[in-house]
Design a protein around this ligand. Structure first.
Ligand code: SAH
Ligand code: SF4
Length: 358
């Protein structure tokens, strides 16, 4: 007998609908059955084969033996005054990750994690402090989306951003597979225009992504445009410096329809001075792109400071001559440890829930 831990057991949420069809046919079942099961999961939000009542009892038992199907477990959720909700999630090996749901009236944006921790060690980032434990499986990425859909009920999940814990391009295969499932009409059915991968600048993987058949949007965490400064806060810059990054991104822009979004975390007395403004004008001046500014969100144990309103306005005014649109993202969920990695690093007691049946 095959137990839930046997290697033959496949994670259902790792598979694209085509791969699932194939797996079902290998079990001697019809395509029609595969379609029914996909409907239960992705349309009816049922994650227990026993509840798929239009399947025979034997088939339900067989499915249970061959496939794992469960979502991450919610350990705790924190609702912010601005309506965003941060979830602390636990995975099968007790690893913890975070996701943030930002609902608006009819729609919702979900910020998901791609790794447990991160190996890139950016100095201002709570996840960077944790180091890397492991990559997330595709099923764990998809699981976050299904959990969010369950939570928002009638509202539609419209946008997904890979801006939670981890560097998505360091988990390239699983992230790309997850995007295939997210955009598949028989699965999550999100438009690829509504998916953004945020990266610290992993050049070889940006090049690979430019040539994929899936075309998602790309955000790049710039945070400093003077190499010596970027080296200081983002060690990845020592491997993939700014000039090479810019060239890669210009090529990316040509091979996809989308403008690159640059993210810039404003840190007091560090990256909002006149030298930074000059460098930004030069770096962005000849690009068709977008710029997102966000004030640094305090992280326990880190010595940086966020600029005040006046400093932010002055910085923005000096950048006004840029052609590209500048958007200031508010640090949503400031009161709930908004910056990712801040919860998973804390010792929050485990609560028993109903997602632990694996
Ligand atoms: N690893 C990827 C995606 C996750 S980080 C990347 O670096 O792009 C998502 C965003 O959060 C990045 O733009 C990062 O610069 C920003 N960020 C990290 N820590 C932050 C903090 N304490 N305050 C504000 N933004 C932060
Ligand atoms: Fe990793 Fe992104 Fe944090 Fe840098 S900012 S440590 S790449 S999660």
């Amino acid at each position: 007998m095959i137990s839930a831990q046997s290697p033959e057991v496949i994670n259902f949420l790792d598979l694209t609908p085509e791969e699932f069809h194939k797996a079902i046919q290998e079990l001697g079942q019809s395509k029609f059955r595969a379609t029914q099961i996909l409907d239960w999961v992705y349309d009816k939000n049922i994650y227990d084969f026993q509840e798929m009542l239009n399947l025979s009892k034997d088939l339900r038992t067989l499915l249970k033996q061959r496939f794992r199907l469960f979502l991450p477990k919610v350990i705790e959720s924190f609702k912010s005054a601005d309506g965003s909700v941060k979830f602390l999630l636990e995975l099968w090996d007790n690893s913890r990750i975070e996701m943030i749901l930002m609902p608006s009236e009819k729609s919702a944006t979900l910020c998901i994690s791609s790794q447990v921790g991160c190996s890139r060690k950016c100095k201002f980032c709570a996840t960077g402090k944790l180091g890397l434990t492991r990559n997330l499986l595709t099923s764990e990425i998809i699981g976050q989306i299904l959990l969010a859909r369950k939570y928002i009920k009638n509202r539609k999940l419209t946008n997904v951003v890979f801006m939670g814990m981890g560097e998505p391009l360091d988990n390239y295969e699983n992230v790309v597979q997850a995007v295939r499932i997210m955009t598949h009409e028989k699965a999550i059915n999100l438009s690829s225009r509504k998916i953004t991968i945020s990266t610290s600048g992993v050049i070889p993987k940006i090049k690979l992504l430019a040539n994929e058949d899936i075309k998602v949007k790309l955000a790049v965490s710039l945070n400093a445009v003077i190499d010596s400064k970027r080296n200081e806060i983002m060690p990845i810059n020592k491997i993939f410096p700014l000039a090479d990054l810019k060239k890669t991104l210009l090529d990316f822009r040509h091979s996809t329809a989308y403008k690159v979004t640059y993210e810039y975390v404003m840190i007091k007395k560090f990256n909002i001075g006149n030298d930074d403004v000059r460098a930004l004008l030069k770096f962005l001046g000849d690009q068709s792109c977008k710029l997102n500014l966000i004030a640094w969100n305090p992280v326990e144990g880190l010595d940086y400071e966020a600029p005040n309103e006046k400093e932010i306005e002055e910085f923005k005014a000096k950048l006004a001559q840029l052609q590209c649109p500048i958007i200031q993202r508010d640090s949503r969920g400031n009161d709930i440890n908004g910056a990712c990695g801040q919860l998973a690093g804390k010792n929050i007691e485990r609560k028993e829930g109903d997602h632990g049946k694996y």
